[in-house]
Design a binder for this molecule. Structure first.
Ligand SMILES: C[S@@+](CC[C@H](N)C(=O)[O-])C[C@H]1O[C@@H](n2cnc3c(N)ncnc32)[C@H](O)[C@@H]1O
Length: 216
């Protein structure tokens, strides 16, 4: 059920409600807690706790064993994705431009016991993605890096996903500026539209919008 207010975009969650539902549904084990607590000299811009749990559940639902991520930061979302894969195996290839972020993430992934399931490559998404193509087609691509390249990353994802594979893009409301007449906003709208054309898709109304598309 939704009412007039929630249909128009009003939200009923509050910090206290978010804390409660995170505590009930999206509990962190020690590995996730460590990666979520980014060091003071790194930006705390990882996905939220419920968003992290959501991408974990989507990866589990599609039985993803081959996952690509653009934007690793400290490895929180990579751990969410890798820990969703079946015990028998699977791999996450995660791309991070900042060498310090990549080092912190590698350590967090190792502490979480997932070092054999996650490869973190340092470099720019546009340069590294082509090097991953021999591992494809992929089951899931998660895009959470430089917004200016979302259209490029989205195009790559829908080309290299298997049919039924999932593309997910965070910050799809572009921090509230999605409808602005700027290059960044126009690029994000191209991302929305190309995913919608290639996939059965939705923009889930998470705090900053999460595009989810299943490749047709
Ligand atoms: C929002 S954070 C990623 C958060 C991570 N997905 C999580 O939820 O735990 C974005 C990351 O993308 C990285 N980044 C920025 N530009 C990039 C690029 N061109 N290629 C790859 N990574 C990039 C940043 O250094 C930053 O660590």
């Amino acid at each position: 059920m939704s009412d007039t207010y929630s249909r128009a975009g009003a939200r009923y969650d509050t910090p206290a409600v978010s804390a409660y539902v995170n505590h009930v549904h999206a509990v962190h084990d020690s590995g996730l807690a460590r990666a979520f607590a980014t060091p003071a000299d790194m930006p705390a811009i990882q996905v939220g706790q419920s968003d992290g749990r959501l991408i974990h559940l989507i990866a589990k639902l599609v039985g993803a064993t081959k996952i690509v991520e653009v934007g690793t930061l400290a490895g929180y979302s990579a751990i969410q994705l890798a820990s969703a894969m079946p015990a028998g195996g699977g791999h996450v290839w995660s791309i991070e431009f900042n060498a310090k972020h990549a080092d912190v993430a590698r350590e967090n992934v190792a502490v979480a016991g997932l070092a054999d399931r996650v490869t973190i490559t340092t470099g720019a998404g546009r340069d590294i993605l082509p090097t991953l193509e021999p591992h494809g087609p992929f089951d899931l691509v998660f895009i959470d890096a430089d917004k200016v390249n979302y259209a490029h990353y989205g195009r790559w994802a829908v080309t290299h996903l298997r049919r039924g594979g999932v593309v997910i893009g965070d910050n799809a409301y572009f921090f509230g500026d999605l409808l602005a007449e700027t290059d960044g906003a126009r690029g994000m709208r191209v991302f929305h539209e190309l995913v919608a054309a290639a996939c059965d898709s939705v923009c889930a109304p998470t705090p900053d919008g999460l595009v989810i598309g299943i490749k047709k």
